[in-house]
Design a protein around this ligand. Structure first.
Ligand code: PGA
Length: 243
């Protein structure tokens, strides 16, 4: 995996068809020599494919193809050219009761079909205030990444997303993010003998704080939520991010 920064847009369940068409007309990715992955709502994927950025999904099923109404299989996603999937986002854990066991199965499904999983981990505000962030990250990592082969592990990207920073406009200090990233990389090495995984930061990333976040040394990119649905914001962020 190369070391260029990766910028992933988690477009969640935002935007209608008109918004998507306007967004794509205004998004001139050719001017931007960076790795960009946009993850729109599933029905809009065909609009996003064939541009100069990669396209990802926000979730996949934990099973092989079959009678699972409303689900989206990794094999289906792979066959239309999707390269990435976000997995284990806190909104899925919170609102859809997704467990680490399921996330683990989804990771295996993704890798089986050559889709790179972007696995989200992060602490709640309560856990942050109790100063147990690193313990929480360790527990989430070891349960989500259990029983994976070295090759599977080497294909995973981790996104550190403190839950209290998502959609709140509040961002941890650079030194807090730096120590979480360092801990994640150390844990990957210690627990799984995995050395080269990209680790992203996510939670209220915007054009207002990107200059500051760019000072963080060991960061490999960003997972950007609502700001990724606004072209002006995205272009401003992309201009600032170093490769
Ligand atoms: P946010 O979301 O940038 O809107 O805070 C980030 C995320 O949920 O991935």
């Amino acid at each position: 995996m190369d070391k260029n920064k990766l910028i992933v847009g988690n477009m969640k369940m935002y935007m209608n068809t008109f918004d998507v068409k306007t967004y794509l007309q205004n998004f001139h990715s050719k001017q931007i020599n960076k790795q960009v992955v946009l993850c729109p709502t599933d029905i809009f994927i065909p609009y996003f494919l064939g541009n100069d950025f990669s396209v990802g999904v926000q979730n996949i099923a934990s099973t092989n193809l079959g009678a699972y109404t409303g689900e989206l299989g990794a094999e289906q996603v792979a066959t239309i050219g999707i390269k990435y999937t976000i997995l284990g986002h806190s909104e899925r854990r919170m609102y859809f009761n997704e467990t680490s066991e399921e996330i683990n199965k989804k990771i295996k499904q993704a890798i089986k079909h050559h889709i790179t999983p972007i696995v989200c981990i992060g602490e709640t505000l309560e856990e942050y205030e109790k100063k147990i962030t690193l313990d929480v990250l360790r527990t989430q990592l070891s349960s989500c990444l259990t029983n994976l082969t070295d090759i599977e592990l080497s294909n995973i990207i981790i996104a550190y997303e403190p839950i209290w920073a998502i959609g709140t406009g509040i961002v941890p200090t650079n030194s807090e993010i730096e120590s979480a990233i360092l801990e994640i990389k150390t844990m990957l090495k210690k627990l799984f003998n995995s050395f080269d995984n990209k680790v992203l930061y996510g939670g209220s990333v915007s054009s207002n704080n990107i200059h500051e976040l760019e000072q963080i040394k060991n960061l490999d990119g960003y997972l950007i939520g609502s700001a990724s649905t606004k072209v002006d914001e995205m272009l401003k962020i992309l201009e600032v991010v170093s490769i």
